[in-house]
Design a binder for this molecule. Structure first.
Ligand code: UDP
Ligand code: MG
Length: 335
């Protein structure tokens, strides 16, 4: 671990914020971050990762940068999704501690000093647990709770309930996280897998201040599937269990029919039950094939070894020296 706060220009704290079309909320966010920054005893950087915004987000951030040099703006070459944007932020953050938060002010920046205090006391991870989820529909709450219950039953590294990505991580935690090479990134699971001494603080989650949520149920289903398949191979065993059950039941029914034919000498017509059985079994088979497909698809994506994100523009580097426009983050910088 590097501990050279005085001699190096590296900030004590990096605040990493993924941004996708957040122009409506950015002025309020910047104002609140500004106030928070004034009260921090230590240097910090505000690392905004623009995830392919099509509104004025970048312009607002670049304007703010003129006034506040702590701001750094990484522009991804297109919309890669929040998980990739956060990965890009963690890759480029230089602070001894890194705070991850959403742009929509659902994660109050005023809590950062409390998080830092826990870090100074020795915590590697300060997890922010939601006491309430104001402004979220009951449907979202129920589906979220069901999802956590399911994934924690089948996964080997349980994910803490009611925590989002809002958290502080120590430098060594971030370095550990950067060692996870997977392309299919399910961050919550990756955080849990890394572990490290963790302190949990509770807070009330505010509703989104402005703008609309970037999530929809399709994206959530995708994320759920990602979460399940990247952290457990247990669903694959489902095929085995269902197969055994179906074969056992089929065998028993067959045996019973034979005995019945021998003893009573009649064969009963059973089209309906036959059709039911065939439909049921082919359904089970398709389900299991689909499940295999989910895993194989992910293996395929992983074997391509594509970078998780592409940085098109980095305000930091634009300042320091001329750089080629496209930089593939991830590999070159670590070695
Ligand atoms: N976000 C992103 N890329 C995306 C979608 C969202 O970087 O493709 C950012 C967004 O700007 C915000 C954070 O991820 O800072 C959380 O998004 P949102 O508030 O829409 O999600 P929710 O809080 O509803 O789960
Ligand atoms: Mg939000």
């Amino acid at each position: 671990m590097k501990k050279q706060r005085s001699s190096s220009p590296e900030p004590m704290l990096s605040i990493v914020i993924p941004v996708h079309n957040e122009a409506e909320v950015l002025p309020a966010l910047l104002a609140r971050l500004w106030t928070t920054g004034q009260n921090l005893d230590g240097s910090f950087e505000l690392l905004f990762v623009d995830d392919g915004s099509r509104d004025d987000s970048v312009a607002i951030l670049m304007a703010a940068r003129q006034r506040q040099p702590e701001i750094r703006v990484l522009q991804l070459s297109r919309n890669f999704g929040k998980e990739a944007a956060v990965s890009a932020g963690l890759e480029h953050a230089r602070g001894e501690a890194v705070v991850l938060m959403d742009a929509d002010l659902q994660d109050p920046p005023e809590l950062i000093p409390d998080m830092l205090a826990q870090w100074r006391k020795g915590a590697d991870v300060v997890l922010m647990k939601r006491r309430s989820r104001a402004g979220e529909s009951w449907l979202k709450r129920i589906t979220a709770s069901l999802f956590y219950r399911l994934i924690n039953r089948i996964s080997d590294s349980p994910i803490p309930v009611d925590t989002g990505d809002f958290r502080l991580m120590s430098r060594r935690t971030v370095e550990a996280l950067k060692q996870l090479p997977e392309r299919n990134r399910y961050l919550k699971g990756m955080f849990a897998w890394v572990g490290m001494p963790t302190v949990t603080l509770e807070f009330d989650r505010d509703p989104r201040t402005a703008g609309t949520t970037k999530w929809n149920y399709l994206k959530l289903v995708h994320l759920a599937m990602e979460g399940i398949t990247s952290f457990s191979t247990r669903p694959l065993r489902l095929a085995l269990v269902l197969g055994l059950l179906a074969a056992g039941a089929g065998g028993a029914v067959g045996l019973w029919e034979v005995i019945r034919a021998l003893v009573f000498g009649i064969s009963t017509p059973g089209y309906a039950s036959l059709i039911a059985m065939v439909t049921f079994l082919s359904g089970v088979q398709l389900l299991c094939v689909g499940l295999l497909g989910e895993y194989i698809g992910r293996i395929y994506m992983e074997t391509k070894q594509r970078p998780v994100f592409i940085v098109a523009e980095d305000s930091h580097e634009a300042m320091a020296y001329a750089q080629p426009l496209l930089r593939v983050a991830g590999h070159d910088q670590n070695q």
